[in-house]
Ligand binder design. Structure first.
Ligand code: NAI
Length: 667
């Protein structure tokens, strides 16, 4: 049986008639080698998640196998996209009740321990995403194979929801990949692709799609011993675990405050002191589920997850499918928009007035692909899809045309009149303007109902949000297509109305101006930035202003808050040509891309409140004026567009007083 020829024959699988009728979500087939192929194809869902029902069925199937001891078990997905996305987050609504959380944790912990203990060989054949509970299931198998496909990604993103990988993730991952890679995955939620998964030992093999089934059969039938961890990692996972934890803690403290984000600290402690057993810590221990799920951060992060899902769902309606994108203006924004679209698989033509304007954008794209795609051939393919187009030949064939030329009304007006004449009648016509009105830009168009705003944020590759702007005359059907397109480039679309600054800049500007005025009153920039960071902003407003450019801040400030007198210090700096990071000096001096900061003064709650208040008030006003449809969309837009402290659940949620003071967190 074990010779190569037999092993390489395709699996001749037959349905397991006994079990076939019994299960809604799982399919069983036994091949002629006696291997059982167990396929998860969750009913009524395009994605596999580990709901209670899915796990209950799995348990009963597993019990059957334990009784009959098959030759081997291969677990795979029946979906086109993805292996398993994780637990079903819709079942998390009452997770802040400790008894609910403990029961949920118990379900996967016991079941995957049972899977890990079976006598027959087990293998997870992973193609597409393998997240959270999905990866924990795979970790409980004896072997794992990753299909080398751009969509294959492994992650333990529980930390992003404020919880921990308690279905065996904390217990098992470092034994496979070592503490360095394992803690990194658990504490950051970062995903790894198939090749990296192979390199760090998360999977036993990374194989091309055409041989995936055979590779799985061969691996199970051969029964190779498991790979051993390299010596140093084995030590760090064993006798030197406290040393590894100490270094990880030092890194963690630089990135997240314990009072804001308790989950990574809990994960680290659970690994260090309790060998990953979520039931081992006493209930008052910060590493316990009890403590974690009652911390306000957890529910807020789950809220942010749902907000993100809602933004994604806004791009789902309809059947608009773009293939070709044409971008006009290869500057800061247009160049990067084009690069991102090509990275996502579109054929992109990039137009500007001279070749030397396009060249820097091509160079930036190459650097982006090198960083993000890693695989040389795929990076080259992306580069091949990005085509310089001085003459604008791409206009006639494009499904989406995005204008990102200088912020000048006449230039944009005449451009759109030309675009309308040349473009396909089905093409989206979009502007990336940040301050002009769509009604004005479309003034010379025959049919201005076609014009939408696609407002990207800088830097485009990092920023998830795109505001999809509808002017008074925009036809909702065009806006709907634009929302769908934003999803196709894997960004989060936020529908907004055409009004000064849309949502994000409108809310940011009064907050920034307030910060500039506090400088005028004599507060140190360092103190103001510290107050914002203490509140949980990713970057203080003064550092942000220096990064964006003080000239831009001054102009946008004037546009969005025209009645207010310009802040004095800001005006002086602009006058002196000290524009921030790009000139080497602004409010701060900049050295090697970083601001040189002195010591900050004392920060108290009053100061934080004074700094944040205009942000909260403007967010409220934007909702009242209908710039976005409701408060949740405003919260979503401001979290993903400005980085508003995610653990607070969004500015309006925070302002509603849903956040108890952290002193009220149960001990
Ligand atoms: P930029 O000055 O870096 O690039 C503009 C490019 O457009 C230049 O390369 C220029 O040669 C080209 N251009 C000008 N007229 C043209 C024409 N008729 N045909 C073809 N190319 C032409 O400007 P940036 O910063 O990229 O801004 C572009 C647009 O994006 C503006 O409307 C701006 O308001 C908006 N925006 C800018 C953001 C930023 O942070 N820079 C953020 C969001 C939107």
């Amino acid at each position: 049986m074990n010779d190569e020829n037999t092993l390489m024959q395709p699996a001749d699988a037959t349905n397991d008639a006994h079990n076939e009728a019994t299960y809604r979500h799982w399919r069983l087939e036994t091949d002629r080698d006696g291997l059982v192929w167990l396929t998860l194809d969750k009913a009524d869902s395009s994605t596999n998640t580990l709901s209670r029902e899915v796990l209950d069925e799995f348990e009963s199937i597993l019990d059957g196998f334990i009784a009959r001891n098959p030759r081997g078990l291969i677990i795979r997905s029946g979906k086109d996209k993805g292996f398993i996305a994780g637990a079903d987050v819709n079942e998390f609504s009452e997770i802040n009740k400790p008894e609910v959380a403990v029961a949920l944790m118990r379900r996967g912990w016991d079941l995957f321990n049972k899977l890990a203990a079976v006598r027959f060989p087990t293998l997870a054949l992973v193609r597409g995403f393998c997240m959270g509970g999905g990866l924990e299931l795979a970790l409980a198998c004896r072997y794992r194979i990753a299909v080398d496909d751009p969509s294959t990604r492994f992650a333990l993103p529980e930390v992003m929801l404020g919880i921990l990988p308690g279905w065996g993730g904390v217990k098992r991952i470092t034994g496979l990949v070592g503490p360095t890679a394992g803690l990194d995955m658990m504490l950051t939620g970062r995903a790894v692709d198939a090749r990296r998964a192979k390199k760090i030992g998360l999977v036993d093999a990374s194989v091309p799609p055409r041989v995936m089934e055979n590779s799985a059969r061969v691996m199970v039938l051969r029964g190779n011993p498991r790979r051993e961890l390299p010596f140093v990692q084995r030590m760090l996972d064993g006798p030197l675990r406290n040393v590894a934890a100490h270094f990880a803690l030092r890194e963690l403290e630089k990135k997240a405050r314990r009072e804001h984000y308790p989950a990574p600290y809990a994960i680290l402690e659970l690994w260090q002191k309790y060998a990953g057993d979520p039931f081992a810590p006493p209930p008052n221990d910060p590493a316990s589920i009890h403590y974690l799920v009652q911390h306000p951060t957890t529910l807020n992060l789950i809220r942010v997850f749902h907000l993100q899902e809602r933004l994604k769902s806004l791009g789902k309606s309809g059947d608009f499918k773009a293939e070709r994108v044409h971008v006009i203006g290869a500057g800061t924004m247009g160049g990067d928009i084009a690069a991102v679209c090509a990275m996502r698989g579109f054929t992109v033509t990039l137009q500007d007035m001279a070749p030397e304007r396009i060249a820097p954008a091509m160079k930036r794209a190459a650097e982006l692909y090198k960083r993000r795609i890693r695989d040389r051939l795929r990076a080259r393919d992306a580069m091949d899809r990005l085509i310089p187009d001085l003459a604008g030949d791409g206009i006639r064939r494009a499904d989406v045309i995005i204008e990102a030329v200088v912020e000048n009304l006449e230039v944009k007006q005449s451009l759109f009149a030309r675009l309308e004449a040349e473009a396909k009648p089905t093409a989206i016509l979009a502007t990336n303007t940040s301050s002009l009105k769509l009604a004005d830009i479309g003034a010379q168009m025959r049919d201005p109902s076609r014009l939408v705003g696609l407002h990207f944020f800088n830097p485009v590759p990092q920023m998830m949000l795109v505001e999809v702007v509808s002017g008074e005359r925009t036809d909702p059907e065009w806006a709907r297509r634009a929302l769908a397109f934003v999803r196709q480039i894997d960004k989060l679309p936020l529908p907004t109305r055409d009004s000064g600054g849309f949502l994000v800049n409108r809310v940011l500007m009064p907050y920034m101006i307030n910060a500039f005025r506090m400088v005028d009153e004599g507060l140190k920039p360092e103190t103001i930035d510290k107050a914002a960071e203490q509140f949980g902003m990713p970057m203080g407003p003064i550092t942000l202003a220096d990064t964006v450019g003080l000239d831009i801040c001054a102009v946008v400030g004037q546009q969005l808050v025209p009645d207010a007198a310009p802040p004095t210090k800001l005006a002086q700096l602009v006058e002196a040509g000290k524009l921030g990071k790009k000139t080497g000096e602004g409010f701060y001096r900049w050295h090697e891309g970083k601001p040189v900061k002195g010591p900050a003064g004392t920060v108290d709650e009053t100061l934080i409140h004074r700094l944040i208040a205009p942000y909260l008030e403007e967010a409220r006003r934007a909702v009242d004026e209908g710039i976005v449809a409701d408060e949740d969309l405003a919260d979503a837009g401001l979290i993903f567009g400005t980085g508003f402290a995610p653990f607070r659940g969004g500015p309006l949620h925070y302002a509603r007083g849903c956040i108890p003071d952290r002193d009220e967190v149960p001990a």
